[in-house]
Design a protein around this ligand. Structure first.
Ligand code: FES
Length: 117
């Protein structure tokens, strides 16, 4: 069902919590952009899988429930992200579902724009 609110909290490396909402069908990149969340450099390639700046870290339980596994293209790009973890994904590749309501994701301290590497 589209247009349902999904609560999402972004946890910054400095401990700041940013509580926000997206809609079912939005990507986590959309949530950042639509709510004007100030994450410096985040989403630089606008979701075209060429930057890795939208790197987010999930809790294990949430990570395992994600409906889609990362594509090879996403995994290649994740390799270029700093602070890569076992539960890292690219925010532009994660589409919100109603089940994700209450999701908390961590924003790594360092954002790497692969295009400038
Ligand atoms: Fe660039 Fe996601 S926004 S890879």
């Amino acid at each position: 069902q589209l247009h349902q609110d999904v609560n999402v909290t972004f946890l910054r490396a400095n401990g700041q919590k940013i509580q926000t909402k997206g809609k079912v069908g939005d990507t986590l990149l959309d949530v950042v952009v639509n709510n004007h969340i100030d994450l410096d450099g985040f989403g630089a390639c606008e979701g075209t899988l060429t930057c890795s700046t939208c790197h987010l870290i999930f809790k294990t339980a949430d990570f395992e429930k994600l409906p889609d596994k990362a594509s090879d293209e996403e995994l290649d790009m994740l390799d270029l992200a700093y602070e890569l973890t076992e539960t890292s994904r690219l925010g532009c590749q994660i589409t919100l579902t109603k089940d994700m309501d209450g999701l908390v994701v961590s924003v790594p301290a360092t954002i790497n724009d692969a295009r400038s590497a």
